[in-house]
Design a protein around this ligand. Structure first.
Ligand code: NAI
Length: 256
């Protein structure tokens, strides 16, 4: 069986991804800032907003595994710097640190969001965020680029998508045939959706849901994440797969 590392494993999409991977016979090493409700092959508690915690975490991981699913994320209520630290810089630092331990033909899957599809609107700042190497002083980066609180979440996902496209061609991954892809969910019934409702307003969230008939559920998203981890996706690299009931298509169709 395969060994898959899953962050954000203690709730919502990450928990369901772990459950499905275990059902399919994989070993799952879970990572989260809080303990999971379900049993996993192994669990390591880590705060992915902290570079020190990531170094600690990496030291405790096995020398070889097959895939990394970057599912952990926050809604933006903690402010732009903390949100960027978790949703982008921590995720990237972990991915780059574990890349040498992923077997050839392995995979990284980043959970982005339909919120990141507006990335061309913030392209200059998104490029600047991604251009900063390593794990920076995120407060300083946010101040320098003038990123307001409400932009923290969408621009963290914009940065994640841009990095996904770049990482697919970065020697660290590409030279060892490790594929890097993204899954972008629409609104999904998990605890984070309540926070999106409080930030964006019910009207906005409900109109997105109405466009596609219902909200998604964690079991709608998990199979797409594991497909991109699988050998069946061996020729898929640097792709962003919307899993949103057609929400992205409905927006694109209006633009055309
Ligand atoms: P969730 O809130 O149920 O799960 C998020 C998990 O990430 C939690 O277990 C939490 O403890 C963990 N986490 C938060 N901060 C962390 C940190 N500093 N270090 C380690 N772990 C941390 O939310 P959900 O829906 O499962 O979200 C998973 C991903 O899906 C997130 O990246 C989110 O942005 C993305 N997403 C969710 C959507 C939705 O409507 N639910 C829509 C689009 C994207």
């Amino acid at each position: 069986g395969k060994t898959i590392l899953i962050t954000g494993v203690s709730s919502g999409i990450g928990a369901r991804t772990a459950e499905l991977a275990l059902q399919l016979g994989a070993d799952v090493i879970g990572v989260d800032v809080r303990a999971p409700a379900a049993a996993l092959s192994a669990f390591i508690e880590a705060d992915l907003s902290s570079p020190l915690a990531i170094t600690d975490l990496v030291a405790r991981l096995p020398q070889r595994f097959d895939a990394l699913c970057n599912v952990a994320g926050v809604s933006g209520t903690l402010g732009a710097a903390k949100t960027l630290a978790i949703n982008f810089y921590g995720l990237r630092a972990l991915s780059e640190a574990v890349a040498p331990r992923l077997r050839e033909g392995g995979a990284v899957v980043n959970v982005a969001s339909i919120a990141g599809f507006g990335w061309r609107a913030n392209l200059e700042r998104t490029k600047a965020l991604v251009g900063v190497q390593g794990f920076p002083d995120v407060d300083a980066v946010v101040a320098e680029l003038g990123i307001p609180k409400e932009l923290g979440y969408p621009i963290s996902k914009e940065a994640l998508l841009l990095w996904t496209f770049r990482a697919a061609h970065q020697p660290l991954f590409k030279a060892r045939t490790i594929r890097v892809n993204a899954v972008s969910p629409g609104p999904v019934e998990t605890p984070i959706l309540r926070e999106f409702r409080s930030v964006l307003g019910d009207a906005r969230v409900d109109s997105d849901i109405a466009r596609v008939g219902r909200a998604g559920t964690a079991p709608d998203i998990a199979p797409a994440i594991l497909f991109l981890c699988s050998d069946g996706a061996r020729w898929i690299n640097g792709a962003n797969l919307p899993v949103d009931g057609g929400l992205d298509a409905s927006v694109n169709a209006e633009v055309l």
